[in-house]
Design a protein around this ligand. Structure first.
Ligand SMILES: C[S@@+](CC[C@H](N)C(=O)[O-])C[C@H]1O[C@@H](n2cnc3c(N)ncnc32)[C@H](O)[C@@H]1O
Length: 222
């Protein structure tokens, strides 16, 4: 799968692309992630990418030309173009699953006051990662890229994905590791029993209880 990220701040992605699971997925060629600085596509002499808003008001608005030129240079007939915006549809695990089936995703990161509204004529959809305002689209781009990449075949074991929170409208079951007792806090006996059927049954019940206690809304949905 290919993911292209259009941004004014490519340096923000250095740590993200060179760490842990994302780094390994890139090395194993499961995903290709290209970072494109759309300032390089500005037609203006000083590489300007923003300007004051028509009608007045505070802040700077991103101009269409550099973004659309960058977009046209990376787009193919199978690309899906996503504008990152707090006004978009909320990104969730189901959306990550559906985007993981795409061949090429282009994520456009805004900054300052956001985009000239006309940019929407060149994009397929608008996505938000939550009901709050961030400085730019770079963190949302990393969130979406991470959530998609870990779903791609070969990135992590399929078995690990199966029971993860939100995969079946349930939260994950609680997990424990060594030591068996920590400051008088014991690991549940069943997990030390070696009885696989009982362990599976216990985990199913715990996933249900966990969801009931923390996210009743997911059970109602289910
Ligand atoms: C400061 S925000 C602009 C907010 C805009 N003026 C508004 O109130 O809707 C700058 C950029 O950050 C990104 N951004 C901020 N919050 C976001 C969120 N919750 N989800 C996705 N992108 C976000 C978008 O790309 C946005 O264009």
């Amino acid at each position: 799968m290919n993911i292209t990220i259009l941004t004014l701040f490519p340096e923000m992605f250095t740590g993200f692309l060179n760490t842990s699971i994302i780094k390994r997925a890139i090395q194993k060629k499961i995903v290709t992630i290209n970072i494109v600085n759309f300032r390089d596509y500005s037609p203006l002499n000083n590489h300007q990418v923003d300007d004051t808003p028509y009608g007045g008001g505070s802040g700077m608005v991103l101009r269409c030309e550099p973004i659309v030129s960058a977009l046209e240079s990376v787009k193919t007939k199978n690309s899906k173009t996503i504008l990152l915006s707090p006004q978009g549809k909320l990104f969730d695990q189901q959306k990550a699953i559906s985007l993981a089936k795409e061949e090429h995703i282009i994520l456009i990161c805004g900054h300052y006051e956001g985009f000239d509204e006309r940019i929407k004529n060149f994009t397929d959809e608008e996505l938000s990662i939550g009901n709050y305002i961030l400085t730019g689209g770079e963190l949302p781009a990393m969130v979406i890229t991470d959530a998609i990449t870990r779903l791609l075949k070969g990135t992590i074991k399929e078995d690990s994905l199966k029971n993860e929170s939100f995969m079946q409208d349930l939260l994950d079951y609680p997990t424990y590791t060594k030591p068996p007792v920590f400051r008088n806090l014991k690991v549940p006996d069943v997990l030390l029993s070696g009885h696989h059927e009982n362990i599976e049954q216990y985990r199913k019940e715990q996933a249900y209880l966990n969801t009931k206690n923390k996210r009743q809304d997911l059970l109602e949905k289910k």
